[in-house]
Write a protein that binds this ligand. Sequence first.
Ligand SMILES: *Cc1c(COP(=O)(O)O)cnc(C)c1O
Length: 415
Amino acid sequence: MSETKREKLAIDGGTPVKTTPFGTGKRFGEEELEQLREALDQNTLFYHFGGKVRQFLGDFNAMYGVKRSVATSSGTAAIHVALGAAGVTAGDEVITSPITDQGTVIGILYQNAIPVFADVLPDTYNLDPASVEAKITPRTKAIVVVHLAGNPCDMDALMSIARRHNLKLIEDCAQSYLTTYKGRLIGTIGDYGCFSTNDFKHISTGDGGIVTVNSGNDEDYAVTHAFADKNYQRFTNAVQREIHHLAPNYRMTELQGAVGIAQLRKLPWICAKRTEYGNRLTEALAGLPGLVPPKVTEGGTSTYWFYLFRLEPSRLSGTVDEFCAALQAEGIPCSRGYIPQPIYMQSMLRNREAYPGTHYPFELSPEIAYGEGLCPVAEEVLRTSVRLTISEFYTGDDIEAMIEAVRKVAASRIG
Ligand SMILES: *Cc1c(COP(=O)(O)O)cnc(C)c1O
C-alpha cells in the first residue's frame, strides 16, 4: 500500500486503474418476449380481464410470502395508493426521510397532506427512530420509511414507534428488493410495502409498481385495490360504481405484468450478485484511513441499489468533488452524494407551493418550514459521500478495479 501511495493519479497524468469496459448484459430476452406474446394473444390488455398482472402479483406474493398485493403504474403511484389506503387525507402530517426520490413525497402532497422530514443516521443513511419520534404531533397520520439503496431501516424501533402512536407505517422499498431484516423481507413488515419497477430499479417493466397489503384482510385489500383504480370496487358481486372519494387511475397493463413475470425470475440472482459486490466493497474499504463504508443495519442484509460511502474530510486533503474527479479519471464512474441536497431543499417545499398560486396544504401546518439546517445529518451525509454504481452484470474484476482506484485516490489525499 505504501507503493500505491507513490502512484501518480490519472488526473495528474498517471495511468488509470481501469482501462477495460465494465461488464454489461441484456436485461430482457426470449423469456420476456414469450410472456408478451401470450399477453397479446389474450386479446385484452386490461389487468382485470387478462391473466398476466394476476400472475405477476401471484408470483410476487409467493416470493414474498404475502397474501395480497396490488399492481400500479409506478413506484410513486404505489406510495400514493398506500397513503390513500392508510386513510391519509387533507391536513394530515406524514413523516418521511429527506434522502429519497421525490416519488416518496408526491403522493403525500396529492393527498393534500404535509410532508415532515426526520433526520437520518450517519452510518446507514436511513431514518433515525429518535428523530422520527420527535417529529410526531397530534396531526401525524403515517410514517413512510425509505430503505435506501438496498439497506433496511431499523424496523423494530420504527414499528414500535408507529404502534405506540397509532400511526400507519408504509415502507418505500423502491431501492430494496429481497432485502431482509432479522430474517424477514422488507416490504412485509409495515402496513404496506411499496415497490417500483421503473427502468432503473433491480427489475424493470418499463414503469410500474406493487403495493403489498400486509394486514392480508379482505377489506384493507379492497380499499387498496380500489384506490389504484378510480375507486371502482371490482370484487363485490356487481362492480360498485358509486364514487365516495377521489382516487386516481394507476392501473398496470398486461404488457407490464407480462414482462414482470419474466423479470421476477431473475430477481434472486440480481440481488445475490449485488449483495456479493456491495459486501466485497465494504470489506475492502473498511480500514482505509479517511473512508467510512456504509453500515448495513443491525440484523439486516443489503441488496445495494448503489454504493454510497463517506469521506472523513478532516483526514483527507481536497474536496469531495475533487475526490470524485480523481476517481473518474481512474476510469470509475461516481458522483458526490445520491441527490445533491435533501429533498426539502427543492423550491416546491422551500416556497411551500406544491400547487401554483396557493400555499395549501402547507398553511394548515404553519409551524412546519423547510430549508437548510432542517436535518443536519442528512445534509452532512450528502455533502461528504461518494456514490459508486453497482450492476449485477459487473465482473469480480470490475469490483477489484473499483477498490484499487478508491484506495489509490484516498492514499494520495492522506495527511
Ligand atoms: C424510484 C423511487 C421511487 C419512485 O418510483 P417510480 O417508479 O420512479 O415512480 C420512490 N421512492 C424511491 C426511494 C425510489 O428510488
